[in-house]
Design a protein around this ligand. Structure first.
Ligand SMILES: Nc1ncnc2c1ncn2[C@@H]1O[C@H](COP(=O)(O)OP(=O)(O)OP(=O)(O)O)[C@@H](O)[C@H]1O
Ligand SMILES: [Mg+2]
Length: 334
């Protein structure tokens, strides 16, 4: 059944990005000046989970590197490395810049000093940029003329609502690429390519692929999770082909895979609110506020807290029931 498991993994960078030609062109034009040794345009890529933001950034930077000799790139997932020194360390490691600076002792100035003396242009991808504990990393990198920043997050407003004015004024002036959810027929093409790359010939027919696309509702990450879980199940059961019914059987497992990843990328305060709703199943807005203020070290204002709750709704982690008086929140089971 499975011939190449890599093609079913979420971090796999496909050799072809389907249905993103316009966006690839847009991002390439932001990076084009680098080919003439000029500064590229700092860019913010946003869009819902599974819209292909991370892949778009990595794929387009890969194309630039194949076409240009003296360009370097570095990828940081701010979720894993959210502190200033963690982000710089990850950046140096990924960019292949010999690190003679130790994670514990190096200062921001030392990292910046090294970057300043690079004689190549560098493209820095800051993925999940909204979870940076210290967004001044953005300000520091922004000031360097031979660094081009590609920032990635789900929602620009969520991101800016937590950023100070030095960060937000810069981010507002960045070029914006906003990705939309995929249409069902676009997802069909994406899944079909994964079937060809990762599964035995003829393992999934059109009705199975269409069912996956329908269930994934525009989210390529979820679609690939359905395909992976279904193929694993088929392999275990010794089946030669997948079927719509088999896909339906793995919906819960695949949704849990994706939901767990979305939970991991919440910021501390979002995480606290999330945990309270999850533990309670359902909780009145007033009780949620009280519990949050008890648990958070420096509780955020009512407005910020409401924004966090909205972003949890956007990630399909919680649901708000009722409006104004009598509002309560319910945990969304995957
Ligand atoms: N246009 C596409 N063609 C082929 N594969 C795609 C395409 N878009 C997304 N994918 C695949 O779908 C999965 C999710 O894409 P990606 O990680 O880029 O989404 P994202 O927008 O960064 O989501 P998140 O916000 O959850 O990080 C990846 O495995 C990626 O390879
Ligand atoms: Mg991503």
């Amino acid at each position: 059944m499975i011939t190449d498991a890599r093609a079913l993994r979420p971090i796999f960078i496909p050799s072809e990005l389907h249905h993103r030609d316009g966006e690839i062109e847009h991002l390439s034009s932001c990076l084009k000046p680098i080919q003439q040794n000029l500064s590229g345009q700092n860019t913010l890529i946003t869009g819902p989970s599974g819209a292909g933001k991370t892949t778009l950034a990595q794929y387009t930077v890969g194309q630039l590197k194949s076409a240009t000799l003296s360009v370097r790139s570095g990828y940081v997932n701010c979720l894993s490395d959210s502190s200033m020194s963690g982000a710089f360390h990850a950046l140096f490691r990924d960019a292949g810049l010999g690190i003679d600076l130790s994670l514990e002792s190096a200062s921001t100035t030392q990292y910046l000093d090294k970057l300043r003396h690079l004689d190549e242009h560098m493209v820095v991808i800051l993925d999940e940029v909204d979870v940076l504990a210290d967004p001044s990393v953005i300000v520091s990198l922004w000031e360097e003329p031979h660094i081009t920043l590609l920032m990635v997050c789900v929602d620009e407003d969520d991101f800016l609502s937590n950023a100070d004015s030095r960060v937000s004024s810069r981010v507002r002036s960045a070029e914006k690429i906003r990705l939309q959810k995929y249409h069902s027929d676009e997802l069909v093409d994406i899944i079909e390519a994964r079937v060809v790359a990762g599964l035995q010939h003829g393992a999934a027919d059109h009705s199975t692929i269409s069912r996956i696309a329908e269930l994934a509702a525009g989210d390529a990450r979820l679609a690939i999770a359905f395909l992976r879980r279904a193929a694993e199940r088929a392999q275990r059961e010794g089946l030669d082909t997948l079927s719509p019914g088999l896909v339906e059987d793995v919906v819960d497992d695949a949704e849990t895979d994706v939901q767990e990843r979305n939970i991991q990328r919440l910021s501390t305060h979002q995480q606290i609110l999330h945990d309270i709703v999850r533990e309670n199943g359902e909780i009145a807005a007033g009780d949620l506020r009280e519990e949050y203020e008890k648990r958070a070290q420096n509780p955020k204002s009512e407005t910020t807290r409401r924004r966090y709750l909205q972003s949890l709704e956007r990630y399909d982690l919680i649901e708000q029931i009722g409006a104004t008086r009598g509002t309560y929140y319910r945990y969304s089971k995957p």
